[in-house]
Write a protein that binds this ligand. Sequence first.
Ligand code: HOZ
Length: 427
Amino acid sequence: MSNDNNQKLFQEACQIIPGGVNSPVRAFGSVGGTPRFISRAEGCRIFDTEGQEYIDFVGSWGPMILGHAHPPILDAIARTLKNGTSFGAPTAAETELASLIIEMVPSAQMVRLVSSGTEATMSALRLARGITGRDLCIKFEGCYHGHGDSFLVAAGSGAATHGHPSSPGVPASTADLTAVIPYNDVEAVRTLMAANGDQVAAIIVEPIAGNMGCVLPVPGFLEQLRELCTQHGSLLIFDEVMTGFRVHAGGAQSLLGIDPDLTTLGKIVGGGMPMGVICGSREVMENFSPTGSVYQAGTLSGNPLSVAAGIALLTELRDRADEIYPALEAKGQQLQEGWQQALDRHGIAHCWNRAGSMFGLFFTEGPVNNFSDASGADEQLFRRFFHGMLAAGVAIAPSPYEAGFLSMAHSAQDIDHSTTVIENLSL
Ligand code: HOZ
């Protein structure tokens, strides 16, 4: 199969875009080779500029829960587009989307819309610092909360993929305000809070981690974070950019029954258009300017096209939740069983973590409960697996430090086909 056009486009891009990409993990840095340049996507398939099609288990890194180019979302964007692309002024649709979020996400009483998950987490931490008058933040190794300075310390996702989990350019004085603890290590949090709890503005956590592969919280971990935050007057921030509306219609907090003080959302909430959200209790959220004094702003915040796409997607997820989430779980089970059996036949050690349609496959015996476990997996094998799948028309994320995603558009046949591809790989 020709890859000439992708190679030509990548070379051209590399001349004028750092690494040829606008987000590092897309560059195939850890797996080698040439990124596919995508011309279109539909359902569970993406198509590259060579005309080659792939069953897609990346789903634009999460938003495509109902599939690519989902007609109700395209229609909503097309209808809205006729009226203009940005007003920099309030719209009725923003309030409609905020109401939907409040209806679906248990801890949300008020909502602010921004343009990306990174903006949401940065603003959530500023809000926590403003409210508490404290500076310290606790994050977990391998969790990724966007590329704000405070979070590029022992970060997952592309930062881990490219070997810079703590980025140059982040002033030491900022990095020093972020304490890093292994995911699922509640004793370490307890010790740190006992010593410095009165200085901790917030604990931020992916309630189900998706940026070191998929890693699930061990029983009691999140409950104890909740308890420690309450006890020490710190705010608990759930970064649900990946898990929001993905693992349950109400996000991980609904699935796991824990209310954070603040939640950040992204990806699904914008229906595949740029969108981030900070939400929480009225008491907390009213500290944002202009009702409060914590400043936060954006010309494109509440962009009408993103809002229209978000309303279309969330409305469908809410109205069809009883059908969609069990169906996604069934697809996840089928995928897991099929891939596990195929890898067993190859005699390959592997470990699987999954929350419904969000999954992580690690080439190690496991268990994988934190970043150190995840980074112990066989990277060479991952590379061979990745390229074997891609060559056979199955796209997974080009990094072991990313989660995989299924959508409602993946049929049983698509999933079976991906299993057959694994059976036929030479690993
Ligand atoms: N950090 C994103 C996934 N966890 C990657 C986004 C992208 O490259 O589009």
